[in-house]
Design a protein around this ligand. Structure first.
Ligand code: SDX
Length: 378
């Protein structure tokens, strides 16, 4: 085996062979199991996409209704986990609450049976079903209220929105939210998926894997950027303020949230679709100034940095959809996690097939043969 040259951040280094998704960063192409994301966004649903990603094929009508039925009837959160959440500080970030709850879920299903297809299927169903409920539950518990129980008669996306505000969402808004979940479901070897694969490679349980991935996704350079983008747009406040804001960012060579990508060197195809969803939603609910500010930001940043491959990524427009749906800003990254559970579970199954623990090497740049130094001499 030839030794690879060290690349910081493992940039350009393949960490797995995979059939789950494909990205061409030069032309801005994303495929899930070979299907262009544009077609899944246009014609599919999130649960259908999750099935395709996890099991590697489109569900038949019977497969899909069985999958939906199982997930619908496993939505309720464990009472003890809800009680645990009551001990969390109200000021805690929902991503930390989600990471703790996902790990806690594993306490209820501690008997691992990774070679049993029934165990795998049940874990897939439980995580897809319960993660949204736990995100919504903490939202109410941290305000001192009782969580809203999931409804079995609502779709996956509609039920999540219902659990946030106890109102049945408008079907168009539920569909737009469902499409956002599809767009966020999977994205090759991003940082949180790499975390999931490393954790899965030790043959631990899927609940610990999701907890590991949630912890990684929360960082501002990864999934946490969608929350930062909205805070940036609110800080800018008007179209007139965009240019002075950016001039200061350019002068200090600061990273502008929602722009840039390790792989895409053109506009993220998901950002293009999300932008259309923003326009559709604003057509339905009326626009607000933040979209105009975003458009001005995109124009100036891509004029200045587009040649360097800095363009809007998935996080740039997603927050505008969620904000317009009335979702609190600090739930934007947990929503990213709700969707990405599908990708992490697909990679869990694929890692089980690879069956090799991740243990890379390093280039040691420290000292050798150092003497023990008595404390009196330090
Ligand atoms: C996601 O990997 C995935 O697939 C992730 C994701 C997924 O679906 O899982 O797509 C989701 O995480 C999207 C990214 C969300 N993060 C942000 O929006 C945060 C802002 N973006 C940057 O931090 C950055 O672009 C990264 C982290 C996304 C990518 O960083 P890289 O590949 O390590 O790039 P880099 O930091 O080496 O930058 C290369 C150059 C630098 O300039 P030079 O020092 O060479 O002159 O590009 C510049 C950077 O300064 N640059 C930016 C920039 N991003 C990179 N300059 C200004 N603003 C930015 N956002």
């Amino acid at each position: 085996m030839t030794a690879c040259e060290y690349q910081i951040g493992l940039e350009g280094i393949p960490a797995a062979q995979s059939r789950i998704s494909y990205v061409d960063g030069k032309i801005g192409r994303l495929e899930y199991r070979g299907v262009p994301i544009e077609q899944l966004a246009e014609h599919g649903s999130f649960l259908e996409t999750a099935y395709l990603l996890i099991w590697g094929k489109f569900p038949t009508a019977d497969d899909l209704s069985a999958f939906q039925y199982e997930i619908t009837h496993h939505r309720r959160a464990k009472y003890r986990i809800r009680d645990m959440m009551k001990c969390f500080p109200e000021s805690g970030h929902p991503m930390d609450a989600l990471q703790a709850s996902a790990a806690a879920l594993g306490l209820f299903y501690s008997k691992r049976a990774l070679d049993d297809p029934t165990y795998i299927r049940r874990a897939v169903v439980r995580l897809l079903a319960k993660i949204p409920t736990m995100v919504a539950a903490f939202e109410h518990i941290r305000k001192g209220n009782d969580p809203i129980q999931p409804r079995d008669d609502l779709s996956y996306a509609a039920n999540f929105l219902y659990m946030l505000n106890e109102q049945e969402p408008d079907p168009i808004q539920a569909h737009i939210f469902d499409t956002c979940l599809t767009l966020h479901a999977e994205h090759t070897m991003n940082a949180s998926t790499f975390s999931a694969r490393v954790t899965a490679s030790t043959l631990t349980d899927p609940y610990a894997i999701v907890a590991s991935a949630v912890g990684t996704l929360g960082g501002p350079l990864h999934g946490g950027a969608n929350e930062e983008v909205i805070e940036m747009l609110e800080q800018i406040g008007s179209v007139e303020n965009v240019r002075p804001f950016l001039e200061e960012k350019f002068a200090t060579k600061s990273k502008i949230m929602g722009f840039g990508h390790r792989v895409y060197k053109v506009k993220d195809p998901r950002a293009k679709i999300l932008q259309k969803l923003v326009e559709e939603l604003f057509g339905e609910l009326g626009s607000d100034k933040y979209y105009e500010i975003a458009l001005e930001l995109e124009k100036i940043v891509t004029d200045k940095l587009g040649d360097k491959g800095i363009h809007p990524n998935v996080d740039f427009y997603s927050g505008l959809v969620y904000k317009r749906l009335g979702i609190p800003t600090d739930l934007f990254t947990p929503i990213f996690a709700i969707a990405r559970v599908a990708g992490w579970l697909a990679h869990w199954r694929e890692q089980l097939e690879a069956n090799r623990i991740y243990r890379p090497t390093q280039i040691y740049i420290g000292e050798h043969n150092q003497p023990y130094l008595p404390i009196a001499e330090r």
